[in-house]
Design a protein around this ligand. Structure first.
Ligand SMILES: *Cc1c(COP(=O)(O)O)cnc(C)c1O
Length: 232
């Protein structure tokens, strides 16, 4: 297992430096540790090192990890960040605190219907297809206002903001472009009377660009847990 205490500190230092460069308070940026493909023991070790919010991409894998860590459930925040098919929404609605990857109204409607009454509303972000490629999921910028309004009206969801996964880019200036587009859309929706407080953007390779453009949650996997192995 990598030295998670060291890695978490290094990522927090990157966030703090970028926040300082942006004139922002580093405490306004939350670190989501993306634990997909890593075992529950690694999540437990990251918890022991002080990390509380964890991101998962695959429903089955996530549910078994949440069950293995049931003793920590009240202390942890579980965020679903992966592609979500409509026939897999129920376990997500029942087990997670957040979903960042809501990419169509139908998914939001199902999550709202399936969210148990004894739980607080599910926090959600609308995923935006910021670079416009056909292959990526997410709502297009022109569709975003209408979809966001409809989601905000659902009873068991709390629409918190926007999420995007921009294409990898080389320089920090190039990386900033899609993050800036997402922030501009976020500001437009807020001017449109939607009460949003969350911009979920930035990963291991571009978190500085995301923080410079206003990210409030950065989703970091590799820089914390190491390279992922998809072979098994
Ligand atoms: C895997 C993943 C991440 C983390 O990516 P790293 O490059 O490992 O930091 C962040 N967001 C989403 C949606 C992911 O699927």
């Amino acid at each position: 297992m990598p030295d998670l205490t060291h890695n978490l500190e290094a990522v927090q230092r990157r966030i703090a430096l970028a926040a300082q460069a942006a004139g922002r308070d580093a405490r306004s940026i939350a670190l989501l540790a993306v634990s997909k493909t890593f075992p529950a023991e690694d999540v437990r070790a990251a918890y022991a090192a002080g990390q509380r919010a964890f991101g998962e991409n695959y429903v089955q894998e996530a549910i078994s990890k949440i069950e293995a860590l049931a003793d920590l459930r009240a202390a942890l925040e579980w965020h679903f960040i992966g592609p979500l098919q409509s026939n897999k929404t129920r376990p997500v609605a029942e087990n997670f605190d957040w979903v960042h990857s809501v990419d169509r109204l139908k998914i939001a409607q199902r999550l709202s219907e399936q969210r148990p009454d004894n739980l607080p509303p599910l926090n959600v972000c609308l995923q935006i297809n910021i670079s416009g490629e056909a292959s990526k999921s997410g709502v297009s910028i022109p569709e975003a206002v209408e979809v966001a309004r409809a989601i905000a009206a659902l009873p068991k969801l709390n629409l918190r903001g926007l999420m995007a996964i921009p294409e990898p880019a080389g320089s920090i200036e190039e990386q900033r472009v899609p993050h800036r587009q997402l922030r501009e859309l976020f500001e437009r929706l807020r001017n449109d009377a939607l009460e949003l407080d969350t911009l979920s953007m930035g990963m291991s390779s571009d978190l500085e660009a995301a923080v410079l453009e206003g990210a409030t949650i950065v989703r970091v996997g590799t820089a914390i847990f190491g390279a992922r192995d998809y072979s098994h």
